[in-house]
Design a protein around this ligand. Structure first.
Ligand code: GLU
Length: 551
């Protein structure tokens, strides 16, 4: 070992006694089954949870669970200018909402491979850098912004590859004595990795999703520690994922072109390369063209959007599974009742050219999921939603839970259940007419068809109030209603009316609609008989009487 380099390393990090060996011993290889996947989600706390990040974390989480491995959450907070306080905690909460609970998280004090917050790992980064300086794999760089700008200008002018490398990497060639003196003088510096890459050589690796990949070698002496003594992403990724014993780096494809930098560092440190899996970016069709789902332009790029609208969690997760693996949907058709996590994800079934985000599909999956949920679970979940986002719905549910559940139960437990709801924010306007507070408000605007004069409407309502038939079963009740309609010259079947419209006033549906409007305030409701039963005869008559007086 070069003594001068060791002196420089000591001068830069006098307080660091931790060695690479200490670190290897402190963070040994994890004791897991042979094929267990250790992976992670590593958000930077810069704001909301992106839909694409939820996708990446769900898939990473599933890979770890499927193989009895470990999924952990690391907070990458080294860019303190961009940090938004509290956004890391919010991410944890949102992941939890989707059932994604990391085995180890940056919130836990005593994780065996922690701390999992980068700003608390300075000592580890510094120990590795100290060792790299001593071995000549890293060096301090004193170049100022102006120096770097001048180099860039020269490179641009001469059409050369921009960046800090080769003869442009001036601090790489400084005399060690001068370096030591400048450090002792307190000059500002950053630390750079000393690349051995050649521009005519290539580096290859096997991406778990994309197969064999080849790139030109990295030749840049990239910054690994900034002047604030915090590491850059490139370096922190390598150090953290080595000492956290990550087996699979699951990250967005925007990182793929930096892989040569990371691979070179793993190789130079004599550390085993992890497996990379670069996930497809989530795309959106915009005016027929594919583009990235964008934080700025698309509200659906934020997971919050779906939570606020109340899309059912299970529907959203199911949708993400369809995005993840092309054979999921086929499996789903064969296993409609199974837990989605009985499906085994595979890396090689992931799409390569960007997964297309399809809101219509989310809607349709959500409708399906909500329709097959039992009324009790539906009510529980609607209430959880309402408590957070819709107080007036919360009020209705809490007023009388059984009553609410009875409404939600209409048309539910049958072969083809009704698909009334796409999301929990649809529920309030769906049920409100069942509550007097809202019914009497709604009925102030009468939605009767102007094909029938008000005297006829009044007569029909009177006739119904006299004998509602609500003690009868549904068939008998309907037959009775139909007979009354026929007596008043309404056709018994819509198609009879359509054939001979001049012979009738309307058809039985029109007749029932008059009673429906008077008792529900609107012409469209789920099964009318069930609605009337839930309201109860007394309230039905009260409502109809009130409506009649408005005519
Ligand atoms: N903090 C990085 C990001 O948010 C993580 C990339 C990675 O997973 O390695 O993009």
């Amino acid at each position: 070992m070069n003594k001068k380099l060791q002196e420089i390393a000591n001068a830069i990090f006098p307080e660091i006694n931790l060695t690479m060996n200490d670190l290897e011993n402190k963070y040994p290889k994890r004791d897991l089954p042979e094929n267990a996947i250790v992976t992670r989600f590593a958000p930077s706390p810069t704001g909301f949870l992106h839909t694409g990040s939820l996708f990446t974390s769900l898939v990473s989480y599933r890979f770890a669970k499927q193989t009895n491995g470990v999924f952990f959450l690391r907070l990458e907070d080294t860019d303190q200018k961009r940090e938004i306080k509290g956004s890391g905690d919010k991410v944890i909460e949102q992941l939890k909402t989707f059932g994604i609970v990391p085995d180890e998280s940056y919130m836990d004090e005593n994780t065996p491979y922690g701390p999992l917050v980068q700003s608390k790992r300075k000592e580890i980064y510094h120990a590795v850098i100290k060792s790299m300086i001593a071995t000549g794999d890293a060096y301090p760089c004193f170049c100022t912004h102006d120096d770097l700008a001048a180099t860039r200008k020269h490179q641009e002018k001469n059409k050369l590859l921009p960046g800090y490398y080769g003869k442009f990497a001036t601090c790489r060639h400084l005399n060690p004595n001068d370096v030591l003196e400048r450090i002792q003088n307190g000059d500002d510096f950053v630390i750079r990795f000393k690349s051995n890459g050649k521009d005519d050589q290539r580096v290859s690796f096997t991406d778990a999703i994309r197969g064999d990949i080849e790139f030109p070698e990295n030749i840049l002496d990239i910054v690994i520690m900034k002047s604030d003594k915090l590491p850059t992403y490139h370096f922190a990724h390598v150090v953290d994922d080595h000492f956290m014993r990550t087996t699979h780096i699951t990250r967005g494809e925007e990182w793929m072109s930096s892989a040569p930098i990371h691979l070179e560092m793993f190789d130079r440190l004599n550390w085993q390369r992890p497996i990379y899996a670069h996930f497809p970016v989530i795309m959106k069709l915009d005016d027929g063209k594919r583009r990235k789902l964008s934080k700025r332009k698309d509200e659906e790029a934020s997971v919050d959007y779906f939570l606020e609208k109340g899309y059912p969690i299970e529907g959203f997760l199911e949708y993400l599974m369809t995005l993840a693996n092309s054979n999921f949907e086929e499996w789903r058709i064969q296993n409609p009742e199974s837990n989605i996590y009985d499906f085994e994800l595979s890396f090689n079934k992931m799409s390569l050219d960007g997964a297309l985000f399809d809101i219509e599909k989310i809607k349709s999956i959500s409708k399906d999921r909500l329709s097959i949920m039992d009324a009790t679970s539906f009510t529980d979940k609607a209430l959880t939603y309402a408590k957070k986002y819709e107080p007036r719905l919360q009020e209705l549910i809490e007023l009388d839970r059984d009553y609410f559940e009875a409404i939600i139960n209409i048309g539910r437990n049958q072969k083809k259940p009704r698909k009334d709801h796409e999301k929990y924010s649809d529920v309030f306007s769906f049920v409100s007419f069942m509550y007097d507070k809202y019914f009497y408000e709604m009925i102030q605007v009468l939605p009767f068809s102007d094909r029938f004069d008000s005297q006829l409407i009044k007569d029909i309502l009177d006739e119904y109030m006299k004998d509602t038939g609500l003690k009868l079963d549904q068939n008998e009740w309907f037959n009775k209603l139909k007979n009354k309609a026929v007596e008043r010259k309404f056709a018994a079947r819509p198609k009879d009316y359509k054939k001979n419209p001049d012979e009738f006033i309307g058809h039985v549906g029109d007749y029932a609609e008059i009673i429906r409007i008077a008792s529900c305030g609107k012409p469209d409701t789920p099964n009318f008989y069930d609605i009337l039963q839930i309201l109860g005869e007394e309230r039905v008559i009260e409502r109809i009487k009130y409506t009649k007086n408005l005519l």
